[in-house]
Ligand binder design. Structure first.
Ligand SMILES: Cc1ncc(COP(=O)(O)O)c(C=O)c1O
Length: 393
């Protein structure tokens, strides 16, 4: 009998549904509200800094842990914005995007059989990340309560046990737009301390927060500095998802060293000239971050009103740039079929809910829209979405 050509670990998960929907979108020439990337330019000065770095000769490998300039810039910003002092020499590692940041972290801290708690619905990478590192994801539901998503404290407590190695805390959260409150974060921290568990945080939307809410940094909470690995990226804050510059911050040096060892053999390093440009971006004035949030809040208001007018039910996202919705009855009771229908017949592509749930049955009523788009694009979405009435039952 012929040998199986692929490893068994490839069979643990399927290809990314989010990225697949981008291909579906292109087939129908629709507006892509599936994958979370801006259709507008990053700030011009950031692009100029990248060009300058090319002219200045940053063409070879940077130091594997990241160039000194970006590690220092990240440490400075983690101090003034997140309130935690870190040493760029020991605690900060530059990697290829938030994607490598979480993967390298899990490979560095998870042993076969370890359990990793993940709030559901969740950003789709965490399932494969956990499985590839030999761990077992354990899902804790976020429940809709009025116009927000909350977790049940007892349900969360029951998920912790002797096998639990880590909990993934993605705040602000994709896909729900939830901002974990200080009380929620403190409760998660208490459980981490009680059960000797690590918090692996994923914070790429820390600057995209609306309605006066505030980001809570797990590493800044009492007792959590050495128990947390913070992962983050330039992708969303500076509108450069294609640059692939991310980082991990681990105050526990054994963990930081383990992450560096994994990262070295995964990718050696992120693009050297882009590290230099992101290093400079970290010193953008505070007004930049305020304008970023205000711009996204206006987009949030536009897209939520379009969706509600068209019959979608949505919990108002308080952050990030996604909205999770229940779609109206157009004769489909399946998230995948509804998503293809919307892309083909209405010209707008969402992501089927199943991308964010471990069990597709739980996801059937949901699709997610991403709104990092120009207001003009969102106006075209409003015009196209008006057509949906023709198909409603
Ligand atoms: C919650 C979350 N984490 C990580 C990522 C990946 O980020 P990066 O482009 O930096 O790899 C995304 C991208 O959408 C995300 O939403």
């Amino acid at each position: 009998m012929a040998k199986q050509q692929t490893s068994s670990r490839v069979g643990f998960f399927t290809e990314s549904l989010i990225r697949e929907m981008t291909r579906v979108n292109n087939r129908y020439g629709a507006i892509n509200l599936a994958q979370g990337f801006p259709d507008f330019e990053p700030p011009q000065e950031i692009v100029d800094w990248a060009k300058q770095a090319l002219d200045e000769g940053f063409h070879q490998y940077a130091i594997t842990w990241g160039s000194p300039s970006i590690r220092k810039a990240i440490a400075d910003k983690f101090g003034w914005f997140n309130g935690v002092e870190v040493d760029p020499e020991r605690h900060v590692t530059i990697v290829c995007g938030g994607t490598e940041a979480m993967m390298a972290t899990m490979l560095a801290v998870v042993n076969p059989g370890d359990e990793i708690i993940v709030f559901e619905p969740f950003y789709e990478n965490y399932g494969p990340d956990a499985l590839l590192s030999g761990g077992k994801p354990v899902f804790v539901p976020l429940h809709q309560e009025g116009d927000s998503f909350v977790f049940d404290r007892d349900e969360l407590r029951r998920a912790f046990n002797k096998k639990t190695r880590a909990i993934v805390v993605n705040t602000p959260q994709n896909p729900t737009g939830k901002v974990f409150t200080l009380k929620e974060m403190q409760y998660i921290a208490e459980l981490c301390i009680e059960y000797d568990v690590l918090a692996l945080t994923d914070e790429p939307y820390e600057h995209i927060i609306f309605d006066g809410l505030e980001h809570v940094t797990m590493a800044a909470l009492p007792g959590m500095a050495k128990r947390t690995v913070t992962t983050n990226s330039a992708s969303k804050t500076y509108s450069v998802t294609g640059w692939r510059v991310g980082w991990t911050i681990a105050l526990d040096e054994t963990i930081a060293t383990a992450i560096r060892r994994i990262h070295d053999f995964l990718s050696i390093g992120a693009a050297a000239p882009l590290q230099e440009a992101v290093a400079k971006a970290m010193y953008m004035p505070k007004s930049y971050y305020a304008e970023l949030a205000a711009g996204y809040q206006a987009r949030r208001d536009s897209v939520v009103s379009t969706l509600r007018d068209a019959g979608f039910e949505c919990v108002t996202p308080r952050a990030a740039y996604y909205v999770m919705t229940r779609y109206p009855d157009c004769g489909y009771d399946d998230d995948l079929k509804f998503s293809h229908f919307l892309s083909e017949k209405v010209g707008i592509t969402p992501v089927p809910g199943r991308a964010f749930y471990h069990d597709p049955a739980l996801a059937k009523p949901y699709v997610r829209f991403a709104f990092p788009k120009k207001l003009d694009t969102l106006e075209r979405v409003r015009e196209r979405m008006a057509k949906l009435h023709e198909f409603r039952k």
